[in-house]
Design a protein around this ligand. Structure first.
Ligand code: C6P
Length: 417
């Protein structure tokens, strides 16, 4: 008999306070109020483990990598390369050679567009992206399509923020070369069924890229189970330093992709009569990388795994549900994005105040949210709003944060009444 999957144990109040206390930045007051940081979808704060790792690396082991025979260079290289294996394990890749370090999700997607895309996408081909994508998963494909004479085809979403799966199936065809979809929408929080979407794309012979910028912080990823061809994410959204991230690419795809940027480390032999290139993943990593930050991203991954990805997700879901219930009681507020499955994000529109004004006034109450189009203008267009206010949750947020946010929101709205 199949074993029932047990619900993850919820983090206790004490555990959450313990986690929160590891973030020095959260211990401050903003405008005389405790900082209530609800902008982790833009970037997550960094725990002491990551800060200490950065300071430790610079204090004891810092050097350039892949270049020196001296002790510091070898130490730095070993620490840096260990993160490649760590990421492979973290997202379920079968080999660390399938992990390319990047500056973030944007860098990773542009890499695919400019290498795999330039070789494989031709005039008349179609690239499918969804209506709820971040600009980072739209514009690189538009640039490629413009250059190649290919066409961008949009997978529509419904008014809840769920992608229309039957429209998707109908849009797929023999012209489809690539499907690029986010696993979690940054503007709506919708969780997209990328595994089944990927299987459909493969039936048509198309390659499937997952934008994992907003999913990696909130769920366990298994790229082998998803069977995606490419998967991109950012280190700064998983409690790591900025300027980091990774691209997973299936080994046989990476092996056949030409280099993108030229420089040190990506070559095999350089001569004026002809240059040969390193094997993947090094072929895609020209120049001195963001060494310390990558090592810090490794510390962030260890830190998340130590808490447990399922426990993190369960805790955030409790907060999201609580915040959604409380905000729905406030008159003249519309939650934007009510998909069946959501993670991390609560976007809303108030008939009484512009999101940007709300963001400014909430800051007076110590509450940090994001207001704007969230680099997802087609989403705003769909819902007929210029912008939304967005509260987003991380493992260090508490029920008190949600209460502080809702109470500050009510007080802010009174000013506009
Ligand atoms: N979204 C947000 O506030 P970078 O900037 O490369 O780390 O990530 C880009 C990106 C790509 N895809 C999705 C789904 C994203 O959410 C983001 C970043 C931030 O929502 C900053 S705009």
């Amino acid at each position: 008999m199949a074993k029932m999957r047990e619900a993850p144990q919820l983090l206790s109040e004490e555990q959450v306070q313990g986690i929160r206390s590891q973030f020095p930045i959260l211990a401050q007051e903003i405008n005389g109020k405790p900082l209530c940081y609800l902008d982790s979808a833009a970037s997550a704060q960094k725990p002491r483990a990551v800060l200490d790792c950065l300071a430790g690396f610079y204090s004891h082991d810092y050097s350039n990598i892949h270049r020196g025979m001296h002790t510091l260079s070898m130490r730095a290289t070993a620490s840096y390369e260990a993160v490649r294996q760590k990421i492979a394990n973290f997202i379920g890749a079968s080999s660390e050679t399938e992990i390319v370090f990047s500056s973030g999700t944007t860098g990773a997607i542009n890499l695919v567009a400019q290498t795999w895309g330039r070789v494989n996408v031709h005039a008349g081909d179609e690239i499918l992206v969804s209506e709820l994508e971040h600009h980072s998963n739209i514009v690189p494909w538009q640039l490629l399509a413009e250059e190649k004479g290919a066409k961008i085809v949009v997978i529509p979403m419904d008014d809840e923020g769920d992608l229309d799966q039957s429209a998707y199936a109908n849009l797929l065809g023999e012209k489809t070369k690539l499907v690029a979809v986010s696993q979690v929408s940054n503007a709506l929080g919708s969780i997209n069924p990328v595994k089944s979407m990927c299987a459909l794309a493969h039936e048509c012979g198309a390659v499937f890229l997952v934008d994992g910028a907003q999913s990696v912080p909130h769920m366990t990823i298994d790229v082998v189970d998803l069977d995606c061809d490419f998967f991109a994410f950012s280190g700064h959204k998983i409690y790591g330093p900025t300027g980091t991230g990774a691209l997973f690419g299936k080994g046989e795809l990476l092996a056949n992709m030409p280099p993108w940027q030229g420089g040190g480390d990506m070559i095999d032999q350089v001569s004026f009569s002809g240059t040969t290139y390193n094997a993947a993943p090094m072929r895609f990593e020209a120049g001195t990388p963001n060494i310390s930050a990558v090592i810090g991203m490794g510390a962030a991954i260890d830190w998340m795994l130590d808490i447990g990805l399922e426990a993190i997700a369960a805790h955030e879901n409790v907060l999201l549900k609580l915040a959604t219930e409380l905000i729905e009681e406030i008159p003249r507020i519309r939650v934007i994005g009510t998909a069946k499955r959501k993670a991390g994000v609560l976007s809303f529109w108030s008939d009484d105040a512009h999101p940007q004004d709300l963001g400014t006034i909430l800051d007076q109450y110590g509450v940090a949210i994001r207001a704007g189009h969230h680099c997802a203008q087609p989403v705003m267009e769909h819902f007929g709003v210029p912008a939304t206010a967005r509260a987003s949750f991380a493992v260090y947020n508490t029920r008190e944060d949600v209460e502080q946010f809702i109470s500050a929101l009510k007080k802010s709205l009174e000013l506009f009444a």
